[in-house]
Design a protein around this ligand. Structure first.
Ligand SMILES: *Cc1c(COP(=O)(O)O)cnc(C)c1O
Length: 369
């Protein structure tokens, strides 16, 4: 028995220290704003090598804030990958813009560069969102940033899954125009509830994001924009500050476990998705591709029988969702996304898995068929 994810596997002393922190916050009724938020934003700024960090309520709001702050709204088209979490698509619709789906690459799960280029040149969208899935980014990140820059397309990077990932020896967010993340509990840095953040190296944009996330406020009762309340609360910030102390070890542990799978699974029909050259993964997710669908269903049955959890991230594409065609009228590129959705299987991966657990998973996979 191995769970797909175990959020309760805290380090020794983690909970005791947390109880002391939450006690202090409670005694002081420090629930919104304050030093925990400031400390967290400062730490993230350093960790992600970006000049501005704005904490917010969740990762979906972070995308909506990025869209609103960059002026995306009704009448605009926005590129989204056909394989990502639904929130990427949803955020575009929620700001009143129209999503265009673009196919992804089977190599790294990132957007397909040729389809992306075609969409930029033919659709001339206002903005594009790419998602850095699984714990790394696309091999074409620099080129995508360049294409957007040259064609006046606002590039928003949905980095909900890549917190802690490295690109060319620097944090992946380091050279971003604007990026977002989520601190949902199951992400690499997880809160005690919902939380998120926006990163940007543009200070004016940062100011607008901050303003929109706090009712569009310019003074306590003065409003420059219609925003909404998307503040991160201090309890979440305190938990994240606390978890930050353990983050390097957790990432190391996740990566070691993923590498163990990559090294020890030796079934020819099961291929680990390759991490593009230049990336250091954060170990968010293990990604196996199994094209033989009959074998895949046998393997899933074997895992279920052994009470080993697994995931299919994601089992269907954005454009396949029942309501998608109502909002998205165009698709660029082929159908790799559908192929990936059918063949993807994720093995258990979370911090501090034991060798016995990893071995149990590997043995089950290696002896399926
Ligand atoms: C988790 C996730 C989100 C949404 O984050 P929430 O905090 O749950 O709103 C958006 N995009 C991707 C790719 C995600 O994995």
């Amino acid at each position: 028995m191995v769970p797909f994810i175990d959020l309760k596997r805290f380090e020794p002393g983690f909970l005791e220290k947390w109880y002391a922190i939450i006690r202090k916050l409670s005694v002081n009724a420090q629930f919104v704003g304050g030093v925990q938020i400031e400390t967290l934003e400062h730490r993230i700024k350093k960790f992600c090598d970006v000049s501005n960090v704005i904490s917010c309520a969740n990762g979906t709001d972070a995308i909506q804030l990025a869209l609103r702050a960059t002026g995306v709204g009704p009448g605009h088209e926005v590129i989204v990958p056909d394989l990502t979490f639904w929130a990427t698509f949803e955020a575009v619709v929620n700001v009143g813009a129209s999503p265009i789906t673009v196919d992804v690459s089977l190599n790294d799960g990132g957007i397909d560069i040729e389809a992306f280029r075609e969409a930029v040149l033919f659709a001339r969208p206002k903005a594009a969102i790419i998602a850095h899935l699984y714990g790394w980014g696309t091999k074409d990140l620099d080129e995508i940033r360049l294409i957007c820059n040259e064609n006046n397309v606002i590039l928003i990077e949905d980095g909900a899954q890549c917190f802690g990932a490295i690109w060319k020896s620097k944090p992946i967010y380091s050279n971003t125009f604007i990026a977002t993340t989520s601190f949902y509990p199951a992400k690499v840095l997880g809160a005690a509830g919902d939380a998120g953040a926006v990163f940007t190296n543009n200070s004016k944009l940062a100011e607008k994001v901050r303003c929109l996330s706090n009712h569009g406020r310019s003074s306590h009762y003065g409003y420059k924009y219609v925003g909404w309340n998307s503040r991160m609360d201090s309890v979440q910030a305190a938990f994240l500050n606390h978890a930050f102390d353990y983050l390097d070890d957790r990432i190391k542990s996740r990566r070691t476990s993923d590498q163990y799978y990559r090294k020890n699974i030796n079934v020819s029909d099961v291929k680990s998705m390759s991490i593009p050259h230049g990336y250091g993964e954060n170990g968010y997710c293990n990604v196996m591709l199994i094209e033989d669908l009959e074998f895949k269903s046998n393997l899933e049955f074997a895992l279920k029988s052994a009470k080993i959890g697994f995931g299919n991230i994601y089992p269907s594409t954005i454009s396949e969702q029942v309501c998608a065609s109502k909002y998205s009228k165009r698709h660029f590129g082929g159908q790799n996304s559908k192929k990936l959705a059918k063949s993807v299987l994720n093995l258990p991966l979370f911090p501090h898995m034991t060798t016995a657990e990893l071995k149990e998973v590997v043995d089950t996979v290696n002896s399926a068929r």
